[in-house]
Design a protein around this ligand. Sequence first.
Ligand SMILES: [Zn+2]
Length: 339
Amino acid sequence: MSLDVAHVGDPMIGCLCRLDPSVPYEGPRAPAATLGGSPTWGLGDRFHEFAAGLGHTRLDLVRPRTPYGLGPQVERYRTPAGREFLRIPTYGQVVGEDPLLHGSEWKAFWICWQAGVRVLLVGGTSGSCDWRRAAADEAAVRPGDLVLPKSYLARHPMPTGLPGTELEYCLPRRVAIMNDPFCPPLAEALREEAARLDDPPGFRFRRVHGPEAGVVLNRWLAGNGFESLAMCRELEAVGRLTGMPIVTGDCVSPVLARVCGMHLAYYHVVANWGTGLEPEDPTITLDRLYMETLPRVAATLELGLLDRLAEPAGCRCRELLRTRPAAYERALSPPAPAT
Ligand SMILES: [Zn+2]
């Protein structure tokens, strides 16, 4: 069945794709996946070569179809310990396609959902809007730090379901409670993995801010520019008022991960201060950071974690997708009859 519609979903999110719910999933399956992201950008299309150097084998490289059009590249790996994971590069984004209009987040999540993924690893980078910027503020979230955020802000509409599937709009049936959006045991596993890092030799993050530090991620994805000075000042002020420092950065929708029954492991490497909060133009040094230091560190962190990762049991990620009374769904008009 092809619904042959030009637009599906929230008009603010948009999607210039045809929705075809009958498309079967023909890609590989695995219990864990990484969506790559800006921390490993500098490796370009050579992630598999770097992984091979650490004993990981790429088993498959496919491009599955999805109900929203041709999906992104999907790689399947086997780790040295024999675990398998999928990798979709850069949050599912495709060269020349507007990620919002072409629904890259829907495609990536539909693939992971169909593939049976329970643990989703996502990395992000970008700026700190911490109000504590004096040199003596050792606890501040600074460039060079690793952050495992406690919560997030969603300032732009984000996908919360998968159109054309049973997860299209499940709020009347199941509601995602967004306490602990980033799986706490997986945050702990990321912290442990960061402590084991020794590549490049002697490398250490300046500081690791775990969930107990209460850092908030100002979530965005696929923006076409850095945050404005005004937004950074606003985030700085909100952080000071709430006592929760804010970082800005790419991350997929935590709600969509919960709705899909996945534990979301998110790590953020602080690359710069929020644009305009410091006098320097961050782009002068960022390319060097992204090309030289970050990819090696982030890829080693991800691969080390994926080699020993099992679905966590001591968290509430799946429990927090709460089933609701049947009356709620009956309070809506019934679905349109099949034609
Ligand atoms: Zn969890």
